[in-house]
Ligand binder design. Sequence first.
Ligand SMILES: *Cc1c(COP(=O)(O)O)cnc(C)c1O
Length: 416
Amino acid sequence: MEHFPYRNFDLCCERVPLRALAAAVGTPAYVYAKSALLESLDAYHRAFAAIPHLVCYSVKANSNLGVLATLARAGAGADIVSGGELYRARRAGVPGTRIIFSGVGKTREEMRAALEAEILMFNVESRSELRVLDEVARELGTRAPVALRVNPDVDPQTHPYIATGLRTSKFGIPYAEALEAYDEAAGLKGLEVVGADMHIGSQLTKTTPFGDAVARIAALVKTLRERSIDVRMVDIGGGLGVRYRDEVPPTQAQYATLLLPVLSELGVTVLLEPGRSIVGNAGVLLTRVLYRKETREKTFIVVDAAMNDLIRPAFYDAWHEIRPVDEARLGRPVERVDVVGPVCESGDFLAKDRELAESEEGDLLAVMSAGAYGFVMSSNYNTRPRAVEVLVDGDRYTIVRRRETYEDLVAGETVL
Ligand SMILES: *Cc1c(COP(=O)(O)O)cnc(C)c1O
């Protein structure tokens, strides 16, 4: 996470010291580095420069308007999974022609909104959905551009909650049924078949599953062409992992090197849907130590961020590095602690049995690699306002989402 260096003993985001930032905006706070967002997007553009391609950033990884607008201005499109994400993408300035709509449960209303926005492609996940989309498009007097999300049945070797390309997953159309589904789609007047799509899982740290899956999709595309179904776009999904601890995920260049021969031979426009690999290491969760609590069994560091702010440790057993904001703390003895939040759940922890340099009440800690699936999965559990989000650009910062107030939390509720 080279965008978060120590300078003069203070952990910084780019050139903004996190200590000063915490004093200005409070804690807990999500802090994102603009240059990190742009560099990872650019790495995709460079890696796939040899063929026509579009990077449709997966909005669900971090849907803040400031983040979306930054990526959109740098040429990214958006991969959305709901009407709400369509609204966000449009608000952030993503043109409809750069939006793809994925997800197993699109409603008619969401389909209508996406057709009105003239999006690039619908990634359809079942034959029932094909029929509904056909109806909605015909009602609007238009044709919906579709790809079928095909489940290539490869094991992505990742956490079961984020593996999506196995035969047993709810996602996609089983490979063996894909031809039949394409034949049906080609016969529906409200649809125009334009692509093929896959997304096999998230936080993948090996290239082999991507290679296997793309080979299967390429074979399908060739068969479809023999049947005069002209597939112009191949969407290879997202899923490239990031380094949280000691993983060594493939770089964008390694990923592209493996896939380019097969994809360029097909002569298609390649769509990519990266989420985590764009934002994961572009953000941290900044938190303050409230209490040290020592029992005979354990030492707890109670901080002001909790599972409602970052659920990944509780939900996926995820490991996030925790760094002291004051570099001088690193000279202190190491102790084994649980870093926990104020929420009334035993599952409320940010780190368990972690070796950390001794910290004191009032210290600031940074939970690293929290840019993806962090704020977006946060909730108001325990009636905790959601954290402020800040985007740093060099030595300046912008509050891209203000901290929620108690008023925000009860807006829309009624006292009988
Ligand atoms: C979540 C998701 C992505 C992004 O996955 P990452 O692992 O964050 O890159 C891409 N496509 C679809 C369909 C998704 O559901």
